[in-house]
Ligand binder design. Structure first.
Ligand SMILES: [Fe+2]
Ligand SMILES: [Fe+2]
Length: 246
């Protein structure tokens, strides 16, 4: 059983009871230049946040033992609901600024297709990849606008995503905890390949916003990989303290 499962359950219940709100009194001015710059990117991420999570829920039910199943299912239900809240906050912002929604996006379709392959571990790996890239992207989006509402919205979503990555990383580390050294190394190498490839695709498709925020492909990759390293590639000193020895 995941050691911190009760803590994560309490966290997601608290988040659901007291969701982060964007104050309505904030300046909501989006210039025409900003609107043109962010429209396609914000619509792509709004679409990505709106998944119903049916396949993920099924994988959680299949994977979790009877003892932890109830808590795990509730945590993932709350996590998916939080993603949908992100989608609705972004959607409301887009509606107020007449930014059209997207029904399809290449990166969204790719992430959704990959998430359907394999069991819970494979799905979590893709999910955590998308979350990590999302955190770096939302920080970049915050940096390219003077609209206070959008800035606080990005900051709030990135804060929620940090907790999602922390929870999913703990689960992934526990899943690989029982493996031998070489298997762990290969798993880590595969995860970093997936992250690097996905980050480069996202950079290519969202380059207008990312370049405007000062990112080139190398720096974007570096920031995504730094997030990965913090959560999933612990430094040796911390690794020795880990109950899973990862
Ligand atoms: Fe989200
Ligand atoms: Fe998330």
């Amino acid at each position: 059983m995941l050691q911190d499962l009760p803590i994560w359950l309490a966290h997601f219940r608290s988040q659901a009871a007291h969701p982060r709100l964007v104050p309505t009194a904030l300046d909501d001015t989006l210039t025409g230049r900003e609107r043109r710059l962010i429209a396609q990117s914000i619509a792509t991420f709004q679409l990505g946040e709106s998944s119903q999570g049916a396949h993920l829920r099924a994988a959680v039910r299949q994977h979790c033992g009877a003892q932890e199943q109830h808590a795990c299912i509730e945590i993932f239900d709350l996590l998916i609901a939080e993603e949908q809240r992100h989608a609705s906050l972004l959607g409301a912002f887009m509606q107020d600024h007449e930014i059209p929604r997207r029904a399809h996006a290449f990166t969204d379709q790719a992430f959704r297709a990959l998430r359907r392959l394999g069991g819970l571990e494979a799905r979590l790996r893709i999910l955590v990849t998308a979350e990590i890239i999302g955190i770096v992207f939302y920080r970049a989006l915050e940096g390219v606008t003077d609209c206070r509402r959008l800035q606080i919205l990005c900051r709030s979503i990135a804060a929620d995503e940090l907790a999602h990555v922390a929870f999913q990383s703990q689960l992934l580390l526990q899943m690989r905890g029982g493996r031998h050294g070489i298997a762990k190394l290969l798993t880590g190498a595969w995860e970093q390949c997936v992250l690097s490839a996905a980050a480069l695709v996202v950079f290519a498709t969202q380059r207008r916003v990312l370049k405007s925020a000062g990112y080139g492909p190398a720096l974007f990759l570096h920031d995504c990989r730094s997030q990965y390293a913090f959560y999933l590639k612990w430094p040796p000193a911390l690794r020795r303290l880990s109950p899973h020895g990862t």
